[in-house]
Design a protein around this ligand. Structure first.
Ligand code: 6PG
Length: 479
């Protein structure tokens, strides 16, 4: 036994992670794949990595020093359970099984509980950054026990991306905490992408600029507060010309967005936690809406506004859209961090929100300078209830809200869908409202279902006898 870390599952993500591990001082990497060909190919193509190949789980376990540590890199789902079952048979108490896939966090909680009974540690670790990140430095979000972190911490730190000298990995919390945080990362990723797409659409349809011209705008924006990987790659996508037709590639790509489920999980979880992640939800639904061509075909006959969309001052409009994008982005992140806070409370994880922001500064898909501001906000006030109220964000929104409102109005008048822009603004106006029409909703609920209400002027729970003499009486709290 000579390897300090093993990787099971050698598709692109697994191979790249194995190569990343092997390239770091002090690591020797054992590799295993269900079909032998992938193992042979990886070992043959990368002699420099010094991989220790194995062709059975017994051999794999025997090639690892104790405590044995293995990272599973297979497609999330039943395949993960199958590999865990095999590893449990050949591993011993104290060993560590890591799931590096995009698992749904309740599955991770379930697996951790089951594996723990064998004395083996199970760690669900979110890994972000795609193929390139896996190879050169991802952002890693591990959950699991403190005991496993002792062994795993240095190994993951050796391969993680580095932001301003700090590794983009931290022990997020117990059992499913890592996969929970990775899930929310993906939800925020959906919102970020949708907001950028709406900005592009508004500029294109409002000003008639070409994709290449809009690419230049994004490149320009990337030099300011919007600086991020997603803005950067957006410019590249918009600049791309299709070799076959000579058209901008974005005009040739079918406008139906796919999704592998992590955005939907973020929204489902938020619904059960009662956290309004409206930006993420709209982004997820925007993908769903796009993917129903049969509905879109019949709905195309529906009328739009009479007026045509004309922008007088193009530069001013582009600047408005930039500010609307930034304000909406702040809301999306504020909502995402709210979900992490609520999840931590519900599942009893002690998650350091500032540390989460820090490990997202590099390696992952939503990486951006902006995350420094979030880390600062939580450093200033760890219990911050609404991220958007931190001074830097509140000031930015105060400066940009005029533009934000103009853009949402323009979109509505022009008949251009901007669901993420407009729902973020509605959230902003909702959360800052002095009084909400929720009072009326409570009245309605009490009317038809005797669901009771509370009063602003005295404690207790009340019901009005709506079908009788309409007098109010104290009632039992039914929520
Ligand atoms: C990452 C990405 C990665 C993957 C998403 C894509 O953090 O590296 O989020 O996990 O690209 O799952 O999700 P969709 O296919 O749902 O867009």
């Amino acid at each position: 036994s000579a390897a300090n870390i093993g990787v099971v599952g050698l598709a692109v993500m697994g191979s790249n992670l194995a190569r990343n591990l092997a390239s770091r001082e002090g690591n020797t990497v054992a590799v295993y794949n269900r079909s032998r060909e992938k193992t042979d190919a990886l070992v043959a193509e990368h002699p420099e990595a010094g991989f220790i190949p194995s062709f059975s789980y017994e051999e794999f376990a025997a090639s690892l020093t104790t405590p044995r540590t293995a990272i599973i890199m297979v497609k999330a789902g039943r395949g993960t359970d199958a590999v865990i079952d095999e590893l449990v048979k050949v591993f011993e108490p104290g060993d560590i099984i890591v799931d590096g896939g995009n698992a749904y966090f309740p599955d991770t909680i379930r697996r951790e509980k089951a594996v723990r009974e064998t004395g083996i540690n199970f760690v669900g670790a979110g890994i972000s950054g795609g193929e390139e990140g896996a190879l050169n430095g991802p952002s890693i979000m591990p959950g699991g026990s403190d005991e496993s972190w002792v062994t795993l911490g240095p190994i993951l730190t050796s391969i993680a991306a580095v932001a301003e000298g700090e590794p983009c990995v931290t022990h997020i919390g117990h059992n499913g905490a890592g996969h929970f945080v990775k899930m929310v990362h993906n939800g925020i990723e959906y919102a970020d992408m949708q907001l950028i797409a709406e900005a592009y659409d508004l500029i294109r349809r409002g000003t008639g600029k070409t994709p290449a011209e809009i690419a230049d705008i994004f490149t320009d924006w990337n030099g300011g507060e919007l600086e991020s990987y997603l803005i950067e790659i957006t410019a590249e996508v918009l600049r791309q010309i299709d070799a076959e037709t000579g058209k901008p590639l974005v005009d040739v790509i079918l406008d139906q967005a796919g999704a592998k489920g992590t955005g939907a999980w973020t929204v489902q979880t938020a619904l059960s936690l009662g956290v309004p992640v409206s930006g993420i939800a709209e982004a997820t639904f925007a993908r769903s809406l796009s993917s129903h061509p049969e509905q879109r075909r019949v709905a195309a006959a529906l009328p739009g506004p009479d007026s045509t969309f004309e922008v007088d001052d193009v530069d001013a409009f582009v600047e408005d859209v930039r500010q609307a994008l930034f304000a909406s982005k702040i809301i999306a992140y504020s909502q995402g961090f709210d979900e992490i806070r609520a999840g931590a409370e519900e599942y009893d994880w002690s998650i350091d929100l500032g540390a989460v922001a820090k490990i997202w500064r590099a390696g992952c898909i939503i990486r951006a300078q902006f995350l420094n501001r979030i880390a600062d906000a939580y450093a200033e006030e760890p219990g911050l209830p609404v991220l958007a109220t931190a001074p830097y964000f509140a000031d930015s929104i105060a400066r940009g809200q005029g533009a934000w409102r103009r853009v949402v109005v323009a979109a509505a008048q022009a008949g251009i869908p901007a669901p993420a822009f407009s729902s973020s603004l509605a959230y902003y106006d909702g959360i800052r409202a002095d009084r909400l029409p929720a009072a009326l909703v409570q009245g309605q609920r009490d009317f038809f279902g005797a669901h009771t209400y509370k009063r602003i002027d005295k404690p207790g729970t009340f019901h009005t006898d709506w079908s009788g003499d309409r007098t109010e009486s104290e009632a039992e709290d039914t929520h």
